[in-house]
Design a protein around this ligand. Structure first.
Ligand code: AHM
Ligand code: MG
Length: 346
């Protein structure tokens, strides 16, 4: 829970590492027991380990599909998906700051054994390597995470219900983009800050303070190959983007597309298709954390029925959702197309 007013002065005249930033921000939280701080640090460590392996992909035998593996959504698991999943779980286990995790790569929640007498109040959800079909061709991938305070008593084991909370209940969310540089972006509901990994010192250093998404942009981001499978309102909006000479940018790795939109403005859509009538992206692992970050930066995120992503009630761990996310004016513009052309009652 956040205190209403506190702001923590963060130095502007010298390097601020992720650890220092997290510790300085800790007193903004009522509970401030250090649990959340510890969790964010654990995730930072896991990100460095995954980054090291992603950078070596191609040199060591870690590209390609994992042997016979498919995740619960039926997607082929890459070796690096499995590696990143294991490393995140390992790092979160070490400190005992989290009592359970749910991963896009696992069917069910996984309980984390307590460390000593520590009682943890947090659960963590993540997509360990988003856009992993891009690894073999050296295109950016990312890790996405969301942290929630559990509903259930800290005296017993966590339950699935601890994970089935609306995105509004997120205590923190973030992503790590393994791109031309590696950058960790996160929010605890007090704005969005980004930390670029300086490989020479092995530290994430504050590089983008209080990120604000531009109100408008010149790029739209959608898999236009599915154009004929989209509903009329989406096709009309895409036609409109083309009429307006908006540029099309689609990396196939949502973290990368969202990162560009955070910095340059724009809109990202993944509407329903015949293959994915409810949308492809997962509400808990992808849509909610990215919606929290984008909203914190001044953007908007809704589904194709014009419902705010963060207010959707999850019914199951691997639930999918349609999504429209990005610069506020562009999301409003698309909303007008949905209101005008949708055949479904809104
Ligand atoms: P993944 O979590 O299995 O990697 O799938 C999610 C990814 C997103 O990063 C990306 O935006 C989307 O799937 C691309 O899907 P498509 O190839 O259907 O456009
Ligand atoms: Mg993903």
């Amino acid at each position: 829970m956040k205190k209403p007013t506190t702001t923590t002065p963060i130095p502007t005249n010298r390097i601020v590492t992720l650890d220092e930033f997290i510790i300085r921000s800790e007193k903004d939280f009522d509970y401030a027991t250090g649990e959340l701080t510890g969790l964010l640090r654990d995730i930072g460590v896991a990100a460095k380990i995954v980054n090291r392996e992603v950078n070596k992909a191609g040199l060591v035998n870690i590209t390609g599909a994992a042997d016979g593996a498919a995740n619960t959504s039926g997607d082929t698991q890459q070796k690096l998906d499995v590696y990143a999943n294991e490393k995140l779980i390992e790092c979160l286990q070490n400190s005992g700051e989290c009592c359970a995790i749910a991963s896009e790569e696992n069917d069910d929640i996984q309980l984390i054994p307590p460390v000593g007498s520590k009682k943890s109040h947090y659960v963590v959800m993540f997509d360990p390597l988003d856009g992993s079909s891009n690894i073999d061709v050296n295109v950016s991938v990312g890790t996405i995470f969301a942290i929630y305070r559990r509903h259930s008593s800290a005296d017993g084991p966590a339950t699935v219900d601890d994970f089935l909370q609306t995105g509004l209940k997120q205590v923190a969310a973030g992503y790590v983009l393994y791109g031309t540089s590696t950058i960790l972006v996160y929010t605890t509901g007090r704005g969005v800050n980004a930390f670029t990994l300086d490989p020479s010192i092995g530290e994430f250093c504050l590089s983008h303070r209080n990120m604000r998404i531009p109100n408008n942009g010149k790029f739209y981001s959608v898999n236009q190959g599915y154009y004929s499978k989209f509903d009329l309102e989406m096709r009309r909006y895409i036609d409109h983007c083309s009429d307006q000479n908006y540029g099309l940018r689609y990396i196939g790795s949502m973290v990368s597309d969202i990162h560009r939109i955070l910095i340059q403005g724009g809109i990202f859509l993944y509407p329903s298709t015949r293959k994915y009538p409810k949308g492809k992206l997962r509400l808990l692992y992808e849509c909610n954390p990215l919606a929290f970050i984008v909203e914190q930066a001044g953007g908007k995120a809704i589904n194709s029925q014009l419902r705010r992503i963060l207010e959707l009630e999850p019914k199951e761990l691997h639930q999918r959702s349609t999504i429209v996310i990005g610069s506020p004016d562009m999301v409003d513009e698309l909303q007008a197309f949905i209101e005008r052309y949708s055949a479904l009652p809104l």
